[in-house]
Design a protein around this ligand. Sequence first.
Ligand code: NOJ
Ligand code: MG
Length: 529
Amino acid sequence: MSEGTPAAPWWQRGVIYQVYPRSFADSDGDGIGDLAGIESRLDHIASLGVDAIWLSPIFPSPMADFGYDVADYTGIEPMFGDLAAFGRLLAAVHARGLKLLLDFVPNHSSTQHPWFVESRSSRDNPKRDWYIWRDPASDGGPPNNWISDMGGPAWEFDPATGQYYLHTFLKEQADLNWRNPAVAQAMTDVMRFWLDRGVDGFRIDVLWHIVKAEGLPDNPANPDWREGMAEKLRLLQHHSTDQPEAHAHTRAMRQLADDYGETLLVGEIFLPRDRLMRWYGTAAEPGVHLPFNFELIENRWDRDTLAKLIADYDAAIPAHGWPNWVIGSHDAPRIAARIGEAQARVAAMLLLTLRGTPTLYQGDEIGIGTVHIPPDRIRDPQDLRQPGMGLGRDRSRTPMPWDASPNAGFSSAEPWLPLHPDWRTRNVAAQDGDPQSMLTLYRRLLAARRNSPALSLGTLTMRDAPPNVLAFERCHGEQRIFVALNLADEPREISRPGATGAILVATGDRSAFDGRIEANEGFVVELNN
Ligand code: NOJ
Ligand code: MG
């Protein structure tokens, strides 16, 4: 609950914006976004008023999992550009006073990475133990019962050497063996390579997966699994994730980051709250700065649920830690598809007024909603492997629509994924300057947060409010701010003595607090007592 200090590091005051490079802007007419495309659209990102850009992977990749299958950790995928283009992009980002975070994928590499090519070449290759190879079980089947997060067994048999290798995701993504010190050293060198080039930090992919339990025991069955649920949920990942040894590696990553100044590490970690908190480490031995908090994505969108999770999460943050919040990503369904456009405005206000670093996802700032991907256009391997289960991620990865010109100004060619259906009217140019647009709301919220120590760094206290209204206060020094969000489809009376100050931002037309909150309305008001 503590107040941040005015000398807080940039990432506590700041806001992160996630760019999915394949879908941001295409400069060379191949229908796929690239680094020069991102550079050409930096003005948009800067105009939002965010502080840092996180780029999903841009490294050489066969693209089995669209870049999360890395074939060279220190290069640039030719489809996206080259190291020179990366240098230009980084310089342009810094010239705008923004930071750049890369996506570090330590758990697995592509099976086309030279390390794996060597590893699979023979049982006595020096890189054999860089990955996780095991003999078949006595019946010739996989070494244990682990299930891939993408469905099917987590083991692939390699006839050349008669052993199986572990792949937590696709069979094209082999898990690295972090119990081998040479792997940890090689990955440290990777981080150093990019830090030496001036990047400001990393988002770390599936960090809680990197170490597996010694002996690789079978995972227990999940008693709550039901037909229709994703296959990976059949088992509890007790032995394949969240091992104590992973924290030592995380501490080492943090030490390296700290050697480079205010460098940010954001860990992608899906765990229950108490276990998530351990990834902050301790004050003496800190872990990542921000273990991603996906609670707004994972929980029901109703007042009681949100009020409880916000208070409980905030209270659970260790004294040396700092909270963070997320409502969208390249993996999650679009927020506007999930809760509707009116509530997506409320969600934007919630995300940008909570205590903790927010991460925005490209396209949410213009409210991209429901997208139907025709079967012949589906590209997401997760969807293709477990069809019809609603696991598709393509619908959150459709190209950014810049204007109403052909292909929405994204590319001169047909984009790799279709555009969202209303792109001719829902695009950046159409919303720019429109006082009612989602884009304008995002800009106003970001400006209010930037200009207010209470919103960016202050304490958070939940307040009583009528049914379906979420209300809280943010305070820092003398400044006190009241946030009210109506999750209902009807107006409510709401009292807040002292709420006579200026309305800093509202989702609709409002110039003063009048004891009433409209249906689906949110507002931020300065308190004078
Ligand atoms: C999490 C990434 O966000 C997701 O897109 C990817 O498929 C998996 N990690 C595997 O790298
Ligand atoms: Mg391109």
